[in-house]
Design a protein around this ligand. Structure first.
Ligand SMILES: Cc1cc2nc3c(=O)[nH]c(=O)nc-3n(C[C@H](O)[C@H](O)[C@H](O)COP(=O)(O)OP(=O)(O)OC[C@H]3O[C@@H](n4cnc5c(N)ncnc54)[C@H](O)[C@@H]3O)c2cc1C
Ligand SMILES: *[C@@H]1O[C@H](CO)[C@@H](O)[C@H](O)[C@H]1NC(C)=O
Ligand SMILES: *[C@@H]1O[C@H](CO)[C@@H](O)[C@H](O)[C@H]1NC(C)=O
Length: 287
């Protein structure tokens, strides 16, 4: 995540910006409905609502399926210790632009964090035990990096429209990576680490143009900080929410514009507006 992350996140949020006519509890209470409904109270939804709020659009409703905000930023109490089960790193720090998440983590909330030194070459294990030789692994990393550099040049030469975009795997084949993509165990580990881990999808389906180079790192810097704080990385989402949603003295969000346990099941558009249907324990409601 990062500002390009932030904006990517905001784009990803299911924000219904149309002038919403909302059917409340089955009746067509058009004028009374919120102007904006945001589906999901993860980083995207909470950030999108904050941006709207700051722009003076406060007549909004956030519908969240689960009983908590934060989405995939999520800690779990595991035998007395809070363990992150979702996002863990602030990715992209110490570059030209400031990653907007970083000052919140490191200065405002002072969440305990550590610079991660990914020394991949020194810790790749063989299937039958023992470590791979560091020099051998380094050679493979260097080759993967060299192929990626060629991919970066190709990526930069493609039309901005994306009409000629190709997958990362297609790019690797173009530059004779072995020659049909990574094949040896270490090549596959390095490939997984470079692409699947960052892109959350295999290189076969990942766009070259939008991920090579990765704007998170070109904009915000190469460094990554691991958040290891008992409060959890999700505190960032609570902090952002607390900027515009009403909280009680304990910090709990009590704003009526955030509704938890509301699973959106249908969004329908008609000439009279947009209708959002939610499901909860008492059945299906119309919002
Ligand atoms: C294991 C893991 C590790 C990660 N590690 C990192 C990392 O180290 N660094 C990093 O920057 N990023 C990391 N990420 C990615 C990061 O967590 C996500 O990109 C980010 O949290 C996504 O935020 P979001 O708001 O877009 O989506 P989400 O956090 O998924 O939020 C979507 C919200 O919408 C709700 N919702 C879904 N459907 C409905 C519905 N029908 N009705 C109502 N509500 C609905 C969900 O319950 C959820 O709360 C990781 C992700 C995972 C899963
Ligand atoms: C985890 O849960 C246990 C038992 O409910 C509780 O005693 C403990 O304080 C919790 N730990 C954290 C870090 O929240
Ligand atoms: C994080 O905060 C600490 C303490 O204020 C500061 O010394 C450090 O330089 C900050 N780190 C970065 C990378 O900004």
């Amino acid at each position: 995540m990062s500002s390009s992350t932030s904006s990517a996140l905001v784009l990803a949020a299911a924000v219904l910006l149309a002038a919403l006519t909302v059917a409340q509890h089955g009746s067509l209470a058009a004028a009374a409905g919120p102007r904006v409904i945001i589906v999901g109270a993860g980083m995207s939804g909470i950030s999108a609502a904050k941006t709207l709020s700051e722009a003076g659009i406060t007549d909004l409703l956030i519908l969240e399926a689960t009983d908590r905000i934060g989405g995939r930023m999520h800690k779990k109490n595991f035998s007395g210790i809070n363990v992150e089960i979702g996002a863990n790193w602030v990715e992209g720090v110490n570059g030209g632009k400031m990653n907007p998440i970083w000052p919140i983590v490191n200065e405002t909330l002072k969440l305990r964090n550590f610079l991660t030194d990914f020394s991949v070459a020194t810790n790749i294990y063989k299937e039958d035990g023992g470590l791979y030789d560091e020099a051998y692994v380094q050679k493979i990393i260097d080759r993967a990096d060299a192929v990626e550099s060629k991919g970066e040049k190709l990526s930069a030469s493609l039309p901005a429209s994306g009409s000629d975009d190709i997958s990362i795997l297609a790019m690797q084949r173009l530059y004779d990576h072995q020659p049909n993509g990574p094949a040896t165990p270490v090549d596959m580990v390095v490939d997984y680490f470079k692409y699947d881990f960052e892109g959350a999808e295999p290189p076969r389906v990942t766009s070259l143009q939008t991920t090579v180079p990765n704007p998170t790192f070109t904009d915000f810097g190469e460094d990554e900080y691991f958040v290891a704080d008992h409060l959890g990385y999700e505190t960032v989402v609570h902090y952002l929410a607390g900027q515009y949603l009403k909280t009680d003295s304990s910090g709990k969000i009590v704003d009526p514009r955030l509704l938890l346990n509301k699973v959106v099941t249908e969004i329908s558009y008609s000439s009279s507006g947009v209708s959002v249907r939610t499901e909860d324990k008492s059945g299906v409601l119309h919002w």
